[in-house]
Design a protein around this ligand. Sequence first.
Ligand SMILES: CC(C)(COP(=O)(O)OP(=O)(O)OC[C@H]1O[C@@H](n2cnc3c(N)ncnc32)[C@H](O)[C@@H]1OP(=O)(O)O)[C@@H](O)C(=O)NCCC(=O)NCCS
Length: 330
Amino acid sequence: MKRPYAYIAGTGRGVPSKVLRNSDFASLGLETDDEWITSRTGIRERHIGTDTENLTWMSVKAARQAMSRAGVSAGELDLIVLGTVSPDHLLPSTAVEVQAALGAGRAAAFDLVAACSGYVYGITVAENMIQAGSAETVLVIGGEKLSSIVNWKDRSTCVLFGDGAGACVLRRSRSGAKGILSTYMRSDGNLARLLWRPAGGGASPATEAAIADGSYWIHMAGREVFKHAVRSMSEAYDRALDLAKITSSQVDLLIPHQANLRIIEATAKHAGLGMERVFVNVDRYGNTSAGSIAIALDEAIEQGRVKEGMTVALVAFGAGFTWGSVVVRF
Ligand SMILES: CC(C)(COP(=O)(O)OP(=O)(O)OC[C@H]1O[C@@H](n2cnc3c(N)ncnc32)[C@H](O)[C@@H]1OP(=O)(O)O)[C@@H](O)C(=O)NCCC(=O)NCCS
């Protein structure tokens, strides 16, 4: 049997209502300004969840929309895969909380930790399980409440991130035309400490000292991460096209991970794509990590940027480092 084994039957997103603009950081006591953030990142605002708008809430909202558009009921789900690095609880997974909230009684559910590549990794795992015959219908979610793990006193990180979730329903392909044409995943743990949370896990538990010295929150070597992001996303794009046996001229839309407009532009340049063939919403969301491509794909479909017959490349990069790509025909 040849690809496509699975297709995207519906997408959705769940985004908290509160918007934090660049100009709002001054009132939080941070020495930063709109010009610095916009010129280096392209980010103008991001959404921030409240206590009730947690990851489960965002994920369930995204999932219900995706399931309704796919015409799939909760009872039809065989599996829920949720990419995140900011789960509502460390035990158990947020995926099981989503499973319970949806009433998806037949579904297995687990979280997948691949940082900003979580959604692309999730789609890859889901497609492989469909190919293997162990699932027919899978809900893939990428989402984060990064506002709960950033250091709001560290201007070099907190301005970059935001909250939000997106979802898709993957189903076994019945016809040969549309669906996933290729997937690609890589990682390099040698670079783990360029973007990480030093404390909070088993190796260095959450203590008052860890919170006081900031090691509990996200740490990032921005410039190093930037270089690797461009290199890895370019490689992931090339590999996805090779594996799908297509060229860049056949890509209707590139949906890259939305971390930084300059990284997106560099990836587009490598791909030889004009920005009119690249989806960008980092200005309105910031970096929502695993939520990023999931939200962007849903918006792209809603805005009519993705139509039936189009070929779309999803390209991700994140902490780990992890990177990967998926080519889908709609
Ligand atoms: C973070 C990033 C925007 C910083 O841009 P940069 O041009 O590399 O800036 P630098 O790190 O050289 O910092 C320059 C100065 O700005 C300061 N600065 C950092 N954050 C600031 C902020 N929010 N506002 C104002 N100044 C800030 C720094 O303290 C530094 O000051 P110094 O020179 O006096 O030490 C950039 O490196 C980046 O986008 N990296 C990738 C991050 C990313 O996308 N991560 C997720 C990947 S999944």
